[in-house]
Design a protein around this ligand. Structure first.
Ligand code: ATP
Ligand code: MG
Length: 450
């Protein structure tokens, strides 16, 4: 049975057997794993199954990076895994795996995958359409993407199992696709985006043979379901290495079609500065453990498109606010065709944009009302980027920076003479009576805590 599996793996060649690296040969220790990861692997092993920590976590630990989460691979089927745990759920219809809930943690447990068989498993470009055939560990290793992502750590013995030379590549700091790069990129073009993201995140190089076919195969990204491209781009943008990743996407000819408007954005005079600033401050937040949101980031990526069409409409004499709303809708609709920004982000994106004209009003009650708006912080961070990228006078962003921090007397002094049309003019006295907002608001360039 096992032989048959292995024979299918690489026809005519012996199945790879793993090289084992004991605890003396690598730095990873059981104590670096989460409680749940240790418990789940132990339970599976006690029930007579193989169980390993696999993938990104092993790679990160070998490179001295703290893993985000721990995935487990086993030879037990989902039906065999589930009854071993009190809270476990089989998820996914096509790619079935088990989520085991242990305290606050969810551990993903997947059964070793094998090679797909049959003619209808790939599309006309070679893209694999399913990945749901169970197999043995050696097959599971070679269907993974990069050698450094195909390492298995056994917590019981603290040994690393390596079928593909991943340990050597970790040492050499090389990101290398398993197998023939062209075939593997055709099977799943997302791997091109993963290569760029992982190399930037890990600070390693994409090995030459792996990198070589990327520019030629880049158009295959268009055949992917937009939601998958979105998920991967979101990971890339929120990785803490977005600036570097986007530069690398360009270098590898991958930016066309990934974020359809990115080319346009980067070609606009102020676009690059604005976006680089936005990405750099997001990277900074991620690296210092501060929260970031996708909605804010996508609002920045698309802003210059909105601005261009808003300005064009205003130049034709349209009223500013309706023109802004029309521009927002048009840009989001255009983007939806390719990148599929999920609907749930749209409200926040629009709100951040729609707040922008309100920052120009610095007289009467309006600044106080804006300060109390639930999305003030996002709006202000966005304004800061606009100021510091040269789109609007930086003085306006600075004014709001000071206004937030000021006490109520100072705020009153900062207000501009009321420029509102007479019929809307409000008494300045109301402003004096209002309670001071807390003065301990956080400092300036901190986009995305929204
Ligand atoms: P990250 O640190 O971003 O989570 P990761 O490598 O853990 O990186 P995941 O998306 O969590 O990325 O994938 C877990 C593992 O699944 C990978 O390490 C790799 O072994 C395998 N894998 C993920 N995506 C692919 C793919 N497109 N093709 C082949 N194997 C993949
Ligand atoms: Mg992972």
């Amino acid at each position: 049975m096992i032989r048959r599996f292995l024979a299918r793996l690489i026809p005519g060649r012996p199945a790879p057997s793993p090289r084992l690296f004991g605890p003396d040969a690598h730095p990873v220790r059981r104590s670096q794993l989460s409680r749940a990861a240790i418990d789940v692997t132990r339970k599976l092993q006690q029930a007579g199954f193989k169980a390993f920590i696999v993938g990104g976590a092993v790679r990160d630990l070998l490179l001295g990076i703290t893993p985000k989460d721990f995935d487990i691979a086993t030879d037990a089927t989902p039906e065999q895994i589930k009854p071993l745990f009190r809270r476990a759920f089989i998820i996914g219809r096509r790619f079935r795996l088990v989520h085991v809930l242990a305290g606050p943690e969810t551990v993903e447990v997947s059964t070793f995958r094998g090679k797909q068989v049959g003619d209808d498993t790939a599309d006309e470009h070679g893209r694999l359409l399913s990945d749901n055939v169970f197999g043995v560990q050696a097959e599971d290793a070679v269907r993974r993407d990069f050698t450094i992502n195909a390492l298995y750590f056994d917590p019981a013995t603290e040994s690393v199992w390596d079928y593909v030379g991943g340990v050597a590549d970790v040492k050499a700091k090389k990101l290398r696709l398993i197998g023939d790069p062209v075939t593997r990129f055709r099977e799943d073009p997302v791997r091109m985006l993963r290569a760029v993201r992982l190399a930037a995140k890990l600070g390693i190089d994409i090995e030459k043979k792996t990198a070589a076919p990327i520019p030629r195969l880049a158009p295959l990204i268009h055949n992917l379901p937009p939601a998958r491209v979105f998920d991967e781009m979101e990971k890339l943008l929120l990785s803490g290495h977005a600036v570097e990743s986007l530069k690398s996407l360009r270098r590898h000819g991958l930016h066309h079609g990934v974020l359809p408007l990115l080319d346009v954005i980067l070609e606009q005079p102020l676009g690059p500065r604005f976006i680089e600033l936005a990405l750099a401050s997001t990277d900074e937040r991620v690296r210092t453990g501060k929260p970031v949101t996708s909605a804010f980031l996508f609002a920045t990526l698309l802003w210059h498109e909105v601005l261009a069409s808003w300005n064009a409409a205003k130049a034709k004499g349209e009223r500013p606010m309706p023109a802004l709303f029309a521009a927002m809708d048009a840009v989001l609709a255009q983007q939806a065709e390719r990148l599929a920004i999920p609907r749930r982000f749209e409200a926040t994106i629009k709100e951040t944009w729609a707040l922008q004209p309100r920052f120009e009003q610095r007289a009467g009650q309006r600044p106080f009302r804006l300060l109390e708006h639930p999305r003030f912080r996002a709006g202000y961070d966005f304004l800061w980027l606009r100021g510091h990228s040269g789109e609007i006078p930086v003085e306006l962003a600075d004014w709001w920076e000071r206004f937030q921090r000021a006490d109520s007397d100072e705020r009153e002094r900062m207000l501009r003479p009321d420029e509102a049309p007479k019929k809307h003019r409000r008494s300045r006295g109301r402003g004096r009576k209002r309670k001071a907002a807390p003065a301990d608001v956080p400092g300036p360039p901190a986009p995305s805590e929204h």
